[in-house]
Design a protein around this ligand. Structure first.
Ligand code: ADP
Length: 424
């Protein structure tokens, strides 16, 4: 029997008793009234007891009660008990989260809608100089580097930024913001000083080695040319050896030149002026045809006369590499199309060939340094494996991207897509 049926049963029993007594004595109405008033007073007393217990937080065992009230006390007690358990569990999770974030070497800061600091881990103190008392303050008021303030204001958090640490200018940080929840953002700052130093050392090493190798190579090549041009006839073995040595020194020279160019692209400041792309392309097409003995193979289409802001020397290197590749990796009699066009969002240079093509799985790798595809070519094609790495770097410095579409044994299209804002 449930508490409710018991309660209703009791009320009906009392009503029956009153009906019998009322019928015998003739006081049914006053007795009924008395019963209703007594039941009401009893309920008010119970409500009062319940209110006093719950207002004290419903702590400990609940007071003794009868009927439906015992059930109500019991259910509330159960809810309270499970809530207590949940709170304990949550507290444990938060404690673990705090401990793990405090153990992180990277700074983590939770920012509110107005860039105010809601929470920061221990590393934020060392890396960003934030104190516990800074909670609630707007972070751009505490870290005032223009690059950082601009980054936060922009709301574009796909990329990270690099800036010095506010506590020590010798420390370099990369800062990234991740949006989550309703208007909340997590700011992460990582100390990349060592990484940057190593990267700089690598760049310096490559630049120095390439530079130092240049002179001995030129001397070697000069002597080899002199020996080959001697009046005295050379034995076939010597003649073949000199030819091989000459070819290899030339290859090494190309390598050194490309490495130097790459390291310049990584280290030199950008120079920008308005470049006449149609004129540049016409020049490059002529030069490349002459250089590769490919007269008449290149078809240049200028669909737009737009010029762009950039570095002419760098653009020349990139375009020449693409054109050189298109000629190298396609049959001698096939045409190569070069097209300069304007699309609704980009300015695009397409270099289209009908050559051997590139397998889809290889496309993501061809811009890596020294990566060369191992296709069984009838004629071995010479190259350094650095050409497309140069193209990629040049385009990066011009806010442009390289799009490659290719089909094996049908041909390839290399598209350099410049943002329209580069037009001048
Ligand atoms: P490489 O000096 O070998 O030409 P690149 O960096 O210019 O070096 O190119 C990397 C590789 O990408 C090349 O070895 C070649 O296999 C492939 N490749 C580049 N351009 C083309 C093209 N137009 N058609 C087919 N393969 C190409």
């Amino acid at each position: 029997m449930t508490a409710w049926t018991k309660e209703i049963g009791l009320a009906l029993l009392l009503l029956l008793a009153i009906s019998v007594i009322g019928g015998l004595t003739g006081f049914f109405i006053p007795l009924l009234f008395l019963l209703i008033i007594s039941l009401l007073i009893w309920q008010v007393v119970q409500i009062n007891r319940f209110e006093r217990w719950i207002s004290k937080g419903g702590r400990g065992k609940y007071p003794k009660a009868k009927g439906i009230w015992e059930d109500i006390y019991y259910h509330v007690y159960l809810i309270k008990k499970s809530e207590k358990k949940r709170k304990k569990k949550l507290g444990k999770i938060i404690d673990q989260f705090r401990k793990s974030t405090d153990a992180l070497p990277d700074a983590a800061v939770v920012l509110g809608k107005e860039d105010e600091i809601e929470w920061a881990n221990t590393a934020a103190k060392n890396v960003l100089g934030l104190q516990p008392s800074d909670r609630g303050q707007r972070i751009p008021n505490l870290i005032r580097f223009p690059i950082f303030v601009r980054y936060l204001k922009s709301g574009l958090f796909n990329e990270s930024i690099t800036m010095p640490s506010p506590t020590n200018s010798n420390i370099t940080l990369t800062v990234k913001v991740v949006s989550y929840g309703a208007g909340l953002r997590l700011l992460l700052a990582q100390d990349v000083t060592q990484l940057r130093k190593m990267e700089q050392m690598r760049k310096d090493f490559v630049a120095n080695v390439s530079h130092e190798l240049r002179t001995p190579l030129t001397v070697l090549k000069g002597y080899l040319e002199t020996l080959q041009e001697l009046d005295e006839p050379l034995s076939p073995l010597l003649s073949h050896s000199f030819q091989q040595m000459h070819e290899q020194t030339e290859r090494m020279q190309y390598l050194v030149d490309d490495l130097l160019l790459l390291s310049n692209l990584e280290t030199q400041p950008k120079k920008t002026h308005c470049v006449d792309i149609p004129a540049l392309l016409s020049k490059i097409c002529k030069e490349t045809e002459n250089l590769n003995n490919s007269a008449g193979r290149i078809e240049l289409t200028l669909e737009t006369n737009t010029h762009i802001y950039g570095d002419e020397q760098e653009l020349r290197s990139a375009f020449s590499n693409l054109l050189g590749n298109a000629l190298k990796y396609s049959p001698k009699e096939s045409k190569v199309q070069v097209r300069w066009q304007q699309t609704p969002v980009n300015l695009v240079l397409d270099v289209i060939d009908k050559g051997e093509g590139i397998a889809e799985s290889e496309i993501p790798r061809i811009t890596e340094r020294f990566y060369r595809i191992d296709i069984k070519r009838a004629n071995k094609v010479s190259g350094t494996g650095l050409g497309l790495a140069i193209v990629k770097h040049v385009l990066l410095r011009h806010d442009a991207r390289l799009v490659v579409t290719s089909e094996l044994y049908k041909g390839s299209t290399f598209s350099c897509c410049f943002p329209s804002e580069r037009a001048c």
